[in-house]
Design a protein around this ligand. Structure first.
Ligand SMILES: Nc1ncnc2c1ncn2[C@@H]1O[C@H](COP(=O)(O)OP(=O)(O)OP(=O)(O)O)[C@@H](O)[C@H]1O
Ligand SMILES: [Mg+2]
Length: 103
């Protein structure tokens, strides 16, 4: 089963997605959560520690490019980029904007 959640800004997409993930995980499903927001914060809604959430790296764009020299299997990508969180929910990031340092 695949569930996509989209909508305008601030309407509760992340909260709803994380709640659905937790409900299905609690019912015994293997859940893979994909945060497609370039400013991802679903990890915190899923209960990941801030340190783990901040250290997460997004899946590389070249993994999906049609003209990429090498293609990657889902297992290869998930093995490298997914992180296991509370309730055994796996999370991957589709993108991540690196913020400029302060000062
Ligand atoms: N059902 C709800 N009732 C009340 N407040 C809610 C509900 N769902 C989410 N919120 C609150 O609304 C705010 C926005 O929620 P959330 O971050 O999930 O939205 P979003 O659509 O992912 O936002 P963004 O577009 O910025 O990514 C948060 O402060 C969240 O706690
Ligand atoms: Mg959001």
């Amino acid at each position: 089963m695949k569930i996509g959640v989209s909508g305008k800004g601030g309407v509760g997409k992340t909260t709803t997605s994380a709640t659905l993930a937790r409900i299905f995980a609690a019912r015994g499903y293997d859940v893979l959560a994909i945060d497609g927001d370039p400013n991802p914060n679903m990890a915190l809604s899923l209960g990941f520690s801030p340190d783990v959430a901040n250290a997460m790296q997004p899946m590389p764009r070249r993994a999906f490019a049609k003209d990429a020299e090498k293609t990657f299997s889902a297992d290869e990508i998930l093995g490298t980029y997914s992180v296991q969180g509370p309730q055994n929910i796996a999370l991957v990031l589709g993108a991540k904007i690196e913020h400029a340092a302060s000062g």
